[in-house]
Design a protein around this ligand. Structure first.
Ligand SMILES: Cc1ncc(C[n+]2csc(CCOP(=O)(O)OP(=O)(O)O)c2C)c(N)n1
Ligand SMILES: [Mg+2]
Length: 743
């Protein structure tokens, strides 16, 4: 038998390498890292092939981003930490425990796709068990939600009893879990740092020292636009370097060991509670932006070759060989295993069942709680009569007087916050005083909202439940969405409807879509209170807008618009306890109106959504309206009866999505005439849909055309003479009703 002599020097060298530390990674971990990176690349390759064979319908790759991804996956813990990755993070998601088969299920659009049930494009990750929160396509909209997610973790740690599940409300279906030292990871591309939402996220994470890792995967391109166009000076690290409390890392993100070291330091900083971390990883993008893009159109060969020389897959392979961790045979064996597993996964995915069209409407709203149901029907319980005893001066004490809408909203918030510790209130100026010591020393009384709707809540419940946010509407809604995803119930305020627009991405593409796009794996029920409307005398263009139909056009979002104090209290409670996101529109003019005041109906008073109120019964004409047009409509209707004997049935819809079609239909079938009145500008407004439905469904019952009375198709002007002319007044309503009655 032949024996080989071993060179003792070589043996020593091999031993040396064996004990070498790779930033704490073992040799086995390095092999595992390569396996995941290689798997990630091969899933991309297989998807590209499947796309060319028209077996899948879209492809976007994680190629070039594998090293930073696997490093993050090794530093963080699935199901413990929280993840808001973006589409290039295939390697991260694999490292956390997702499988190629699961990814391919999404690519083919299978019913069993665990991320979306065939609803989202491939690489739009969502894995509930791993705490990988459902992702979407808008660049950067995940970032603010990650902030809210991290805030929720801190809040839950400080309020552990919050985790108790309440009965009879959304809490039954939202178990909360948290770890004292959890970290939230969010990643984004270099181009995405141009989005306002990225910058809106930096203030709260820095100020509140939130444990969030931002990982910017800088491949120097955003589709065809190079980094120097997106980022002044070309370096995002330089631009963010002034934010306090951050730990900063800049690293070659194609080097898994350097990436691991950087992310380990970042994770330690966050876990220890020192604040957020910012990891700027330089990566490459070898496969163009997506399969719909050909980068040769805007990148010369030399530049692409320069990138290719840094390909993380080849680099890692060479590294393993050089370090003697795997030889060529070992590499080949590993790759063959991956190929074999991949083939099985592809074959299985191609046989997967597709979702059926009957399932399309599932999970637009909560399947668990129906806010239109009898569960939300409760009678008002007014305080006992002792309060109505006259005061010494003979006048009734203030407590006995009916309360304004503003007061009842405040009382409702107060009682709900008492009942449910998961409720947080934040927004612009909503706190009593941000500098809490002023309040504690009783130096000031506190503000509590520009309309004082949240007055006293901070004093009653503390500054971690009621606090001011920066003027950043996207952040208000995005952070609320992240918190709600964790099972909290944020009740946030948008100060003026006119300023809701920076939050539009969150309100259209995120909050109401989370449940549907994740096939019910995630949801984010929360309440967005918004001061809306005109008739203010001097409110002008930017403090008077309506525009509710823009939001009723959004599937998944409930829209409520009360016209009086009692309804506001009952509907707000339903909004808070239900399991869907709710846009709660509060008319500024009605906040302190004499019309519609009420005593407080008690801490359990609720009104189901989708139940209109017949404010005045009638037989001759149906008027369908809501909000501040209700009292104006009443005035007009009373005059009509007085002067012409026409009996108008006036319907206050109260909630706009859902809306009470049964009440409308029953009324129009009786009166045979319908007028829809609303404060928003006439064309394309909310009433257009109601009018169209009546024309469509009730045509045989109509004795006259369906009419609308609304604002002019312009903006609301400052000068009161103009405002009066622009907005629908009682006189306009009277004229409209009269014409229709006489038709
Ligand atoms: C808000 C928004 N605007 C535009 C797009 C279209 N879009 C998709 S990816 C992308 C480029 C993103 O570049 P970057 O952030 O650098 O990430 P990368 O793809 O390079 O990893 C654009 C413009 C989008 N998805 N969302
Ligand atoms: Mg990029």
């Amino acid at each position: 038998m032949a024996t080989t002599k071993t060179d003792p020097k070589l043996t020593a060298h091999a031993e040396d390498r064996k004990s070498k530390s790779y930033e704490g990674l073992t040799r086995q971990q390095l092999i595992d890292a390569y396996r995941i990176m290689y798997t990630s690349r091969r899933v991309d390759d297989r998807e590209i092939l499947l796309k060319r064979q028209q077996k899948i319908f879209f492809q976007i790759s994680g190629a070039g981003h594998e090293a930073i991804g696997v490093a993050a996956g090794f530093c963080l813990r699935p199901g413990y930490d929280w993840f808001y990755p973006y589409y290039r993070d295939r390697a991260l998601v694999l490292a956390l425990g997702a499988t190629p088969y699961e990814m391919l299920l999404q690519a083919v659009g299978a019913a069993d796709d665990p991320s979306s049930g065939g609803r989202q494009m491939p690489s739009h990750w969502a894995y509930n068990k791993l705490n990988i929160v459902t992702q979407s396509s808008p660049t950067g909209s995940q970032i603010l939600q990650a902030v809210g997610c991290a805030e929720a973790g801190i809040y839950l740690r400080n309020h552990p009893d919050t985790a108790q599940t309440g009965r009879g409300d959304y809490r039954e279906f939202h178990k909360v879990s948290f770890q004292g030292d959890e970290v939230t990871y969010v990643s984004l591309g270099d181009g995405t740092t141009s989005e306002g939402e990225f910058w809106e996220a930096l203030n709260p994470v820095a100020n509140k020292k939130l444990p969030v890792i931002f990982c910017v995967e800088d491949n120097e391109y955003a589709i065809s636009v190079p980094v120097e166009v997106q980022t002044a000076g070309g370096s995002i690290s330089r631009l963010v370097s002034g934010f306090p409390n951050f730990h900063f890392e800049e690293v070659d993100g194609t080097d898994p060991i350097a990436s691991y070291a950087a992310l380990k330091r970042a994770t330690e900083h966050c876990r220890a509670g020192h604040g957020p971390a910012f990891v700027h990883a330089h990566v490459i993008r070898p496969y163009s932006h997506s399969l719909s893009d050909d980068e040769r159109l805007y990148r010369p060969d030399a530049e692409r070759q320069r990138d290719a020389a840094r390909d993380p897959i080849t680099r890692m392979q060479m590294f393993l060989i050089r370090e003697g961790i795997l030889d060529e045979k070992g590499i080949n064996k590993l790759e063959k295993q991956v190929e074999d597993e991949m083939q099985v996964a592809v074959d299985r995915a191609l046989e997967a069942k597709f979702p059926t069209p009957e399932t399309i409407t599932q999970y637009v709203y909560s399947p668990d709680i129906d806010p239109t149901s009898a569960q939300f029907e409760a009678q008002p319980v007014f305080a006992p009569a002792m309060e109505t005893a006259p005061a010494a001066d003979g006048k009734k004490p203030a407590a006995s007087l009916p309360k304004t809408m503003a007061e009842l909203i405040n009382s409702t918030l107060r009682d709900e916050m008492k009942r449910d510790e998961r409720i947080l209130v934040f927004g612009e100026d909503v706190a009593d005083v941000s500098r809490e010591e002023y309040l504690k020393k009783k130096l000031v009384k506190g503000k509590g909202g520009v309309f004082k709707l949240t007055a006293g809540l901070q004093a009653a419940f503390g500054a971690d439940r009621v606090f001011n946010s920066p003027i950043a509407e996207a952040a208000i809604v995005g952070r609320a969405t992240g918190m709600a995803t964790r099972g909290l119930k944020p009740v946030v305020e948008i100060q003026f409807f006119d300023y809701i627009w920076p939050a539009m991405m969150q309100l259209r593409d995120e909050l109401p879509v989370i449940r549907w796009r994740s096939n019910n794996a995630f949801s984010a029920p929360c309440v967005i209170r918004v001061a809306i409307g005109g008739y203010l005398t001097g409110g002008a263009l930017y403090h008077s807008q309506c525009g509710e139909s823009i939001f009723t056009h959004i599937p998944g979002l409930r829209v409520v618009f009360p016209s009086n104090a009692l309804d506001a209290a009952g509907l707000l409670r339903t909004a808070i306890r239900c399991d869907d996101p709710v846009l709660f529109l509060e008319h500024k003019r009605l906040y302190r109106e004499t019309y519609g005041r009420s005593h407080y109906p008690g801490p359990e008073y609720m009104i189901p959504f989708g139940k209109a109120k017949i404010v005045q019964p009638g037989t001759d004409l149906t008027v369908i309206t809501y909000g501040a047009v209700v009292p104006r409509g009443m005035q007009a209707a009373q005059r009509l009866e007085r002067e012409l004997g026409v009996k108008v049935e006036l319907i206050d819809l109260r909630t706009l999505n859902p809306f009470d079609w049964e009440t409308i239909a029953a009324s129009v079938e009786k009166t045979n005439r319908a007028l829809v009145a609303y404060e928003d500008s006439l064309s394309w407004g909310y009433g257009a849909e109601i009018a169209a439905r009546i024309a469509d469904k009730l045509f045989p019952h109509l004795d006259a055309p369906v009419r609308r009375v609304a604002a002019m198709d312009t903006y609301v002007a400052y000068q009161p003479i103009l405002e009066d002319a622009i907005l629908p007044q009682a006189n306009d309503l009277f004229r409209g009703m009269k014409e229709l009655a006489e038709y």
